[in-house]
Design a protein around this ligand. Structure first.
Ligand SMILES: Cc1cc2nc3c(=O)[nH]c(=O)nc-3n(C[C@H](O)[C@H](O)[C@H](O)COP(=O)(O)O)c2cc1C
Ligand SMILES: [Mn+2]
Length: 486
C-alpha cells in the first residue's frame, strides 16, 4: 500500500516527524531573502523550510518541499524513486496483456478494481473554500508571493497547478506554469508553446470561443502537486495519475465562479479566465536553465475569485542554476516514465537527465545494441516522444554503462566515438526557454552514438574488451586484504 497524504499540511507534519522540515521563526522578507536562504539550503540537501514570519504577512511560506530524492519519493508515496518505475511497470503489464494462470488473473482483477477507485471524487464541502473572496475583494498582494532573483520582473507564483479543460473531450489538465503578478487581480500565464495549457487555448480559439476558464490550485496533497510538472500525454488527466500514485482518489470540488473541478484539499485556489487573444509582456525571470528567460509576450490570467483555507500555507519554489528543488521533481518524472518509454522503445535499458542538462538539454540513454545505426534509431524515436521532442543532446551508450555516473559516461563517450561517424544532427522543436538557437523554438539537435561498434563499422577491426580483473583474484585479494597491511 502506497503511503499517501490527505493534503499539504499532512505532508508537512510527516516531514517534521522525520526531522526533514525546519520552521523559521525569524522575520524574513518575500523580496529575495527567502530565495537566497532556500538556494543555500537546497544545495546542502537541507530540509524543507516553513517560514512562519514573513514580514507583512500572516500566511506561512513553504519551500524546498521536494528538495531531496528522499522527500520527492515520500511525496509520491514511496521510499525510493525507483519504486515508481516498478509500480508503473506492473500497471502497464496489467493493461498490455492478461497474465497467465488463474491466480494471476485474479490478482489483475483486484488491481483493476483498485484502479477504478483512482478517478477523482467530487465533494461538496471543501477546505480550500473556507474563505471566499470575489470581485473587488481579490488582492493577490495579500499572499506572500516571493521575488526569486534580482532581475526578475516582479513577484512570481512558482508552484501553481494550472487547471484547464479540453473544450472537446472535457479532459482535465494540471500544468505547472509560473505566473508573474501584474496587479491585484491579474497575472501572466506562462504556458509555453508545447504545453497542454497552450493546446487547450488553441482548441478554445478554434472553437471560436473568446475566453477559457482557468483555475489555479496552490498546495494540495504532494502527489497531485507534482503531477503538474509531469509531461503526461494531453488525454491523460493528472487527477487520474495522482489517484494512481496515491492509491486513493483526489477529492475535487466545483469552483465558486468557474465550472472547473479543483482539488478540494488545496490551500489556496485562484479562479478566473484567459482571453484567448490577449498577450502581455512577461519576464524576465531567473529560470531553471540557470539563465534569465527574457521578457516575452504570454497570455494573461484574470482572477475573478480567490478561495482559501482559514489558515492557509503558501507553497512556493525557486528555480535557478541547477541543482535546485525542481531537479528532484524531474528525477521523479524520469524514473516514472522509463517503463513507458520502454514500452515504445524496448531496447532502452536506462536513462539519465542530469541536473546540468536542466531536463531537456541532455539525455543519456543506454541501449542493448543489436545493429549498426541502432543508437540513431533510438535517438530519433526519443525525439518523437512527447516533450522528449525538446531534447537538445541525446547521448547513447551501451546497456552495461551506468548512465547515472557522468564520469563513466564521459570516459565511454570520448573513447568510443569517431566524431564524424558517430556525432549526428537533427532538427526540431526546442523549448521556449532555449536561448541559443538561431531562431526561437526550432533548432538543431545533437546525437552521439557512443555504443560499441561492430567489425563492419571499424574497417574490419575488433572492438576491444573492457579491462576486468579475474573474479578469483578479486576474491583472493579480498580474503587476504588484512595480510597486506594496507
Ligand atoms: C517549478 C516548475 C516551474 C515550471 N514553470 C513552467 C513554466 O513557467 N512554463 C511552462 O510551460 N512549463 C513550466 N514547467 C514545466 C511544466 O510544468 C512541464 O512541462 C509540465 O509537463 C507541464 O504540464 P503539461 O504537460 O500538462 O502542459 C515548470 C516546471 C516546474 C517543476
Ligand atoms: Mn498534462
Amino acid at each position: 500500500m502506497a503511503r499517501s497524504y490527505r493534503d499539504l499540511r499532512e505532508f508537512v507534519a510527516f516531514l517534521e516527524s522525520r526531522g526533514e522540515l525546519t520552521r523559521i521563526k525569524a522575520a524574513v522578507s518575500w523580496d529575495l531573502e527567502i530565495s537566497q536562504i532556500c538556494d543555500r539550503v537546497v544545495k546542502q540537501s537541507g530540509p524543507a523550510l516553513l517560514f512562519e514570519n514573513v514580514s507583512g504577512y500572516k500566511t506561512p511560506v513553504l519551500i524546498n518541499t521536494f528538495g531531496t530524492a528522499r522527500r520527492m519519493a515520500w511525496a509520491l508515496g514511496v521510499d525510493d524513486l525507483d519504486e515508481l518505475g516498478e509500480r508503473v511497470r506492473k500497471l502497464l503489464h496489467m493493461v498490455q496483456g492478461p497474465p497467465q494462470g488463474l491466480l494471476n488473473k485474479l490478482r489483475a482483477l483486484a488491481d483493476l478494481a483498485k484502479m477504478a477507485r483512482i478517478a477523482p471524487q467530487r465533494v461538496d464541502d471543501a477546505p480550500c473554500q473556507e474563505v471566499v473572496l470575489k470581485g473587488d475583494e481579490v488582492d493577490l498582494f495579500k499572499l506572500p508571493i516571493i521575488k526569486c532573483w534580482p532581475q526578475d520582473a516582479g513577484r512570481y507564483i512558482t508552484l501553481p497547478l494550472v487547471i484547464t479543460r479540453d473544450p472537446e473531450s472535457g479532459v482535465y489538465n494540471l500544468g505547472m506554469y509560473r505566473m508573474q503578478v501584474f496587479d491585484k487581480s491579474t497575472t501572466g500565464m506562462h504556458w509555453q508553446t508545447h504545453k497542454v495549457g497552450t493546446h487547450h487555448q488553441r482548441l478554445t480559439e478554434e472553437k471560436g470561443m473568446e475566453r477559457m476558464e482557468v483555475a489555479v490550485a496552490l498546495g494540495g496533497d504532494p502527489a497531485t502537486v507534482w503531477t503538474g510538472s509531469a509531461p503526461l500525454p494531453p488525454d491523460v488527466s493528472e487527477y487520474l495519475v495522482a489517484g494512481f500514485l496515491r492509491e486513493r482518489p483526489v477529492e475535487v470540488v466545483k469552483g465558486v465562479t468557474v465550472d472547473l473541478e479543483v482539488p478540494a484539499q488545496a490551500e489556496i485556489v485562484l479562479e478566473g479566465y484567459v482571453d484567448v487573444k490577449e498577450r502581455r509582456v512577461e519576464g524576465p525571470f531567473g529560470d531553471h536553465t540557470g539563465y534569465y528567460s527574457l521578457a516575452e509576450e504570454y497570455p494573461v490570467f484574470h482572477v475573478t475569485a480567490v478561495t482559501h483555507r482559514r489558515d492557509a500555507i503558501y507553497p512556493t519554489i525557486i528555480v535557478g542554476r541547477p541543482p535546485q528543488e525542481d531537479y528532484w521533481m524531474g528525477k521523479a518524472t524520469e524514473r516514472l516514465f522509463l517503463p513507458i518509454i520502454q514500452m515504445v522503445v524496448p531496447e532502452v535499458a536506462d536513462m539519465n537527465m542530469p541536473a546540468e542538462g536542466v531536463f531537456h538539454n541532455l539525455v543519456v540513454v543506454s541501449i542493448k545494441k543489436e545493429f549498426p545505426g541502432h543508437a540513431q534509431k533510438v535517438a530519433h524515436a526519443l525525439w518523437g516522444l512527447g516533450l522528449m521532442m525538446l531534447a537538445k543532446a541525446i547521448v547513447v551508450v551501451d546497456h552495461n554503462v551506468n548512465v547515472h555516473d557522468l564520469s563513466e559516461v564521459a570516459w565511454r563517450v570520448t573513447n568510443n566515438i569517431d566524431a564524424r561517424r558517430d556525432v549526428f544532427f537533427a532538427e526540431g522543436p526546442v523549448d521556449d526557454l532555449d536561448h541559443a538557437g538561431s531562431a526561437p523554438r526550432f533548432a538543431s539537435k545533437l546525437g552521439i552514438d557512443a555504443t560499441r561498434k561492430g567489425r563492419g563499422e571499424l574497417g574490419g577491426r575488433e572492438w576491444p574488451p573492457d579491462i576486468v580483473m579475474a573474479p578469483e583474484m578479486v576474491a583472493l585479494v579480498e580474503r587476504r586484504w588484512k595480510e597486506y597491511g594496507l
